[in-house]
Ligand binder design. Sequence first.
Ligand code: 13P
Ligand code: SF4
Length: 326
Amino acid sequence: MDKKYTDLQKRILELKAERNALIFAHNYQRIEIQEIADFTGDSLQLAQKSAEITGYDLIVFSGVRFMAEMAAVLSNGVPVYIPDPGALCPLAAYANPEKLRKKKEEYPGAPVVVYMNTTTETKTETDRICTSGSAIEVVESLGAETVLFGPDANLAEYVRRHTDIEIIDIEPRGHCYVHNQFDIAQLMLLKEEYPDAITIAHPECPPEVQEAADIIGSTGMMVQAIENSPNDTFIIATEMGLIQQLQKAHPDKKILPVWEGAICRQMKKHTLEKIIRVLEELPEENLVTVSEELAVEIMTVLEQMNKLKGQGPAKKVVTETAKISL
Ligand code: 13P
Ligand code: SF4
């Protein structure tokens, strides 16, 4: 086996082969998990990939729980295990079915779109589910004048700025505690220091950070944008797991994080040791289950999302110094 792997990684690769398993990792996973993953991507890509799986006996899904639940709904019966079942995205707490029902009463007839990072119960109260990579496309596909959207208010603002549709926040206080901390002053300093750099921000960042970016997009779009760009310096406003992936994939390019403290503690709950335990023991508590009833409802809204390709980056700026080809 390749010497570049550590002993823990080698053990996972052995177990993976024995179990005929696949490992999925979100772009924010620890780099050592990404290195042994069969597929790494953003939440939309992971959901889409789950729906394509055939010929495998199980999936170990390293991401937050709601992403793993989506995989379990879409995986055509292939069991999905999560290395740490406590990996919950705190953003989900900003939306619940009761809050949604109240909003719907305030805006009768307006369809509801919620972010993937919500509980399964909240998802079933909605018309559509979106990811950061599909938000604009999903909202536009409804053909409505007004759409209730949440729970991330920064993502809602991103959709508002890029469509003519009236976007009503389900919860104006909803935010991701990692992305909401990106600071415009810090970003402007970096931009001053690297005037030729292309700035890419996640749509969960505050509006002023999005405004200062050349490209706004999901983590998957960031990967593509850098792969396809001839530019060699990028300033990135997102979680450090993706920054590490990009630095590794592009040693010839400068990948500069806006803030090195951007670490999602929930995503980092998964470790190599926990993946080994799952593959060795297949513990019941790590099996991701969604009730049949919820799965059917989720499937209906997900089918709509899955038909969409995911829109391209929302903002393409080609300046004299920064030429982007996407
Ligand atoms: P992506 O779908 O862009 O990977 O985002 C998921 C997420 O949790 C961002 O914080
Ligand atoms: Fe949730 Fe933010 Fe972590 Fe993404 S980065 S999983 S939105 S807490």
